[in-house]
Each structure stands twice: as C-alpha cells, then as structure tokens.
Design a binder for this molecule. Structure first.
Ligand SMILES: Cc1cc2nc3c(=O)[nH]c(=O)nc-3n(C[C@H](O)[C@H](O)[C@H](O)COP(=O)(O)O)c2cc1C
Length: 237
C-alpha cells in the first residue's frame, strides 16, 4: 500500500487569502449570521489540461498541496455509509486500488458497510477552496495489511482499540476507563490486533476534484470508472 506522504514541498496555488468575513457581532448568536456567510472562491481554476493522467496522481498532487499549505490533518476525511450516516476518519493509505481507513469492524460504519458495501468520502480542503469526493465499493483490507498498520500504532491507541466497543452505548466515562485498565492488565507486553479492528478500502467508481471559482461557477472534474478504463467528465457546478 502506498502511504500518504505528510512531508511535501509543493506550494499551494493562488493568491493570499482575503480577510474572512466577520462571523457575528459580540453578544449575538454566531449561527444567526449563517445566511450571510459567504465568500468568493478566487484561488485558481482546474482545467482539463491541468489534470494528471490518473486519479491517484491527481489526488497525490492535491494532497501534497494541502499538506504543504499547513491544513490541520489534511488526511481527515468524511466517510459516509449507508445508514445514511457520516463521520470524520483519517486516511491512512491510498493507491490505485483505493482509499484505506482503519476502524472498529463492529462500529456503526463498519456494520453499515457490511450491509451495503458502498461508501462516499469527502476531503473538505476548504482553505484551498477545494474538495475531493469519492464514491465506490467498500471492502475489508487484507489481514496482513491491518496487522502491519496496527503494529505501527502507539501502545495507547492499541489498547484503546481493545477497550472501546466503538459505537455502542457505554454507561459512563468511568466504565470506559475501567475497560481500558482491564485491557492494560491483560496485555502487559505486545498488544495484538483485535480481530474486530481493521482497514476498510473504498474502491472508487468516481473521484471528483472540485475547485471553487468566482460566482459559484466552480470547476468539477470527475474520473469515472468504465469497463474500458477511466473517463474524465466535467460536471456542472
Ligand atoms: C479528526 C478525526 C479523526 C478521526 N479518525 C478516526 C479514524 O481514523 N477511525 C475511526 O474509527 N474513527 C475516527 N474518528 C472518530 C469517528 O469520527 C467516529 O466518531 C467513530 O469512528 C465512530 O463512528 P460510527 O459510530 O459512525 O461508526 C475520528 C474523528 C475525528 C474528528
């Protein structure tokens, strides 16, 4: 698996950010200003000629720019499953096979993905006036791949994976802490990967690259899988 590179040198495109619009007067409810909250997207465009030859190359290019721009957690991605439900997870790998995230395989998301093995991903790189949206099939990654990633995690995270029955109701914080203390005693040495913890891969059918433009005339270029290969289509904004 090709892991996402965090240390990159590419520069973000476009001019400096314009000053943000004020969110709310002091003392007013911030949400009251939501209807008026808008800004123009002016950083640049995305033309067919700018696009890399494949979605993995184009994703790597934009990911590098998101990381170089100092976005906090540029690998944070919203994962939507068939509930419908959505939540943020961290992208841990990407290559021509798809996008890999790790989670508890008894969680709500994993149960939903097992029942309906399709998912959406959205990287909201708003500071760059960009998003990348993916739709496709979900599969579990090979056990060896999950083992390798689990082994690379800090011990605390490894214990947490055992201590938490993710998505299930828990009676209190104290109960959770007690579960954690119990697994700490159970695994004084190396922590094995829980059988119910592993990777999910979203195997894309579409990968859309969205670049904001002025007057909501945004650029949307989408790679779509066809029986004969990937097709690039421009979508209306
Ligand atoms: C920035 C961020 C990163 C997260 N990364 C992960 C992750 O990689 N894996 C994961 O299972 N949950 C992650 N979470 C927690 C999930 O958003 C979610 O609460 C959890 O997976 C349970 O979701 P579910 O009940 O819908 O299955 C992250 C949350 C945030 C805010």
């Amino acid at each position: 698996m090709t892991h996402v590179i965090a240390d990159v040198s590419a520069q973000p495109p476009g001019p400096a950010e314009p000053a943000p619009e004020p969110v709310a007067e002091p003392g007013t409810r911030a949400t009251a200003s939501l209807p008026g909250l808008r800004r123009s997207y002016v950083r640049g465009g995305l033309a067919e000629g700018d696009l890399a030859a494949s979605w993995p190359e184009q994703f790597a290019r934009w990911y590098a720019e998101a990381a170089a721009a100092g976005l906090p957690e540029p690998n944070a991605v919203v994962l939507a499953t068939g509930g419908p439900s959505a939540r943020t997870v961290l992208l841990k790998g990407v290559d021509e096979r798809g996008f890999v995230v790790f989670t508890n395989l008894r969680s709500r998301k994993a149960r939903e993905a097992a029942a309906l093995p399709r998912a959406g991903l959205c990287f909201p790189w708003v500071a760059l006036e960009r998003q990348v949206c993916v739709a496709g099939r979900v599969e579990e990654v090979a056990a060896a791949e999950s083992d390798a990633y689990f082994a690379s995690r800090p011990r605390g995270s490894q214990l947490g994976a055992w201590a938490s029955e993710q998505s299930a109701v828990v009676a209190s914080r104290e109960v959770l802490e007690a579960q954690r203390a119990q697994v700490e005693r159970r695994f004084p040495g190396a922590v094995p990967r829980p059988p119910h913890w592993g990777g999910l891969r979203v195997v894309p059918e579409t990968v859309e690259f969205w670049q904001g433009r002025a007057d909501r005339m945004h650029d949307r270029l989408s790679f779509r899988r066809t029986p004969t290969g990937w097709l690039v289509e421009r979508l209306s904004p």
